[in-house]
Design a protein around this ligand. Structure first.
Ligand code: ADP
Length: 538
């Protein structure tokens, strides 16, 4: 089951999708990461340069600690990163501390209890107009807090709140109550520093670090969107793979079923051919093969039946003269005295039976040789008139005895190219039949016609004719007319047919019961195809 095409296809779809998704994700994440890292460094660099410039006048000629602290804190809050300013000896002048606080809190201007000196918790003094454009230039105390609840009880304050967004943040100016701080973002490990002053006259160092790690954020948010999409893609590909696998495997399974049943017994089964793709072609090829197989098997079965029939017919035909001969020899050699005239009669009958035996065996031999192609014809050019005359001569006595006239109608001779012996045999068989099935006073005519492509030899009699029900079978071996009483073997016309086929010709019959029959031998003019190939090979 697991090794079936269906499952394999589904598995390969799944594997392909996993590979594609992994590759794409790796590529996309890699690109994103690099771009974000470059952006992050760029932003921090720009901020560091700007802050270093702003810090310079606050450090020379005289250190203005309050303003420096304010610069560090405000920029740290607004830039959402940690700012450290160091003097030339490396002492930290101001450190905005980790940047992950979210509230910039300062006292309300209207408050009467504005402290003149900062309490412990305040981070520094603040010029209002730097934070809020248009506000009065009042010094304010400020602090940076994560959680407003940490503020002393009863204290009234204003705050600027920073709410983290997916990328970056937004500021809101509020009178804050007890809202909880937003989740602090993941911080970057990147640290950038700038010399305050010039390289030749440095006055300090400015460091920026702990900025939100947008790379991680972007990666995380992309991953959050990507994961469900990847899972859906995997599920879809598995389902699709199963559907496709089913579509591909179902006709193959059907084909396999049909072939199994066919090999078991039933050759008439066929595979469904309802598809127009490769599998459809496979099914139609398979069906064609099955069709041929079925035909071959039925032809083989038919041939086997014909052979059986032939053997039984041949043995039957041969048994009659053999039995007769056996009886005669028993009588002749027996103890019983036989008169010389009876003996002579037996001898004559035996001779007839031997002739019959000889005729049958010769005909069978001719037939099998011609059919098997064992006999190579020996075609020559000869005169048809001369052949007709010599053949007819052999039957003159018989015809006279029966009171039947025989005539060669065509006076014009023509040359034909054939195996003389076999053509004479065919002609003899036709004349023999014509005489056999004619009555006293009837006539037998032989004639021919030749054109560019064929020679047509006709043997016509006005004898008994052939019954329509016999006509389709008279060329079959051992077939004898159903109502025929005249002795015969049923091999004569079969031999004629084989001779003509060996010459790539044919034999036709036209007959009407009571009116007579006309047999036409059609021979192609010119050399036989075999002779042409032999000639070419030479
Ligand atoms: P046979 O003559 O020994 O019976 P053939 O193969 O020569 O065998 O002929 C087969 C059958 O064809 C005959 O039994 C007969 O019914 C029919 N037939 C052949 N030639 C003639 C003919 N000239 N006139 C009438 N019937 C014929």
């Amino acid at each position: 089951m697991l090794f079936s095409i269906r499952w394999r296809l589904a598995a390969s779809y799944l594997i392909l999708t996993v590979l594609t998704v992994t590759l794409l994700a790796g590529l996309a994440f890699g690109l994103l990461f690099r771009q974000m890292a470059e952006q992050e460094r760029g932003t921090l660099d720009a901020n560091a340069s700007a802050l270093a410039e702003e810090a310079l006048p606050l450090m020379t000629p005289q250190l203005q600690s309050e303003e420096l602290a304010q610069l560090a804190f405000v920029s740290s809050f607004l830039g959402d990163f940690r700012v450290r300013i160091l003097d030339i000896e490396g002492n930290v002048l101001v450190d905005s501390r980790p940047a992950d606080f979210s509230n910039f809190v300062f006292l309300e201007r209207s408050l009467e209890n504005l402290p003149t000196a900062p309490p412990d918790i305040w981070d520094g003094r603040f010029q209002m107009d730097r934070m809020v454009p248009g506000a009065a230039r009042l010094p304010m105390w400020f602090m940076l807090v994560d959680n407003l609840e940490d503020l002393p009880d009863g204290m009234r304050y204003m705050s600027i709140r920073r709410s983290e967004l997916l990328r970056g943040y937004q500021l809101s100016y509020d009178t804050l109550t007890d809202e909880t701080a937003a989740d602090s973002p993941v911080r970057s490990t990147l640290l950038v520093s700038r010399t305050i002053g010039t390289d030749s006259h440095p006055v300090g160092l400015l460091e920026i670090s702990g900025a939100p790690d947008f790379k991680q954020q972007a990666l995380q948010s992309t991953l959050e969107a990507f994961l469900p999409a990847a899972i859906i893609a995997l599920l879809l590909s598995a389902v699709l793979g199963l559907i496709m696998g089913r579509q591909v495997s179902t006709p193959i399974i059907q084909l396999a079923d049909v072939s199994e049943k066919m090999s078991a017994a039933d050759l008439s089964l066929r595979a469904p051919e309802n598809r127009h793709d490769e599998i459809g072609r496979l099914a139609s090829g398979f069906n064609q093969m099955a069709e041929r197989l079925e035909h071959s098997f039925s032809a083989l079965a038919e041939e086997r039946d014909t052979l059986r029939r032939f053997i039984s017919d041949a043995s039957h035909e041969l048994r009659t003269p053999i039995t007769a001969l056996k009886n005669y020899s028993e009588l002749l050699t027996g103890a019983k005295k036989i008169s010389p005239s009876r003996k002579r009669e037996f001898m004559l009958d035996s001779h007839t039976q031997i002739e019959r035996l000889e005729w049958i065996t010769n005909s069978l031999l001719d037939l099998s040789r011609l059919d098997a192609g064992v006999t190579t014809l020996q075609p020559t050019d000869f005169s048809l008139l001369e052949l007709a005359k010599s053949t007819v001569e052999g039957f003159i006595l018989q015809a006279q005895a029966q009171g039947i006239s025989m005539k060669i109608e065509t006076e014009q001779d023509c040359s034909i190219h054939a195996d003389r012996r076999y053509l004479e045999l065919a002609l003899s068989n036709l004349i023999d039949n014509a005489l056999k099935f004619s009555n006293q006073g009837d006539s037998v005519q032989i004639s021919w016609k030749q054109d560019q492509s064929s020679t047509r030899i006709e043997v016509r009699d006005n004898g008994a004719g052939i019954q329509p029900e016999d006509l389709p079978y008279i060329f079959d071996r051992f077939y004898r007319g159903k109502k025929i009483t005249i002795p015969g073997s049923g091999l004569g016309l079969a031999v004629v047919d084989s001779v003509l086929k060996a010459h790539h010709g044919s034999v036709r019959v036209n007959s009407e019961p009571g009116k007579g029959s006309t047999f036409t031998l059609i021979l192609p003019v010119g050399k036989l195809p075999e002779e042409e190939t032999e000639h070419q090979e030479e």
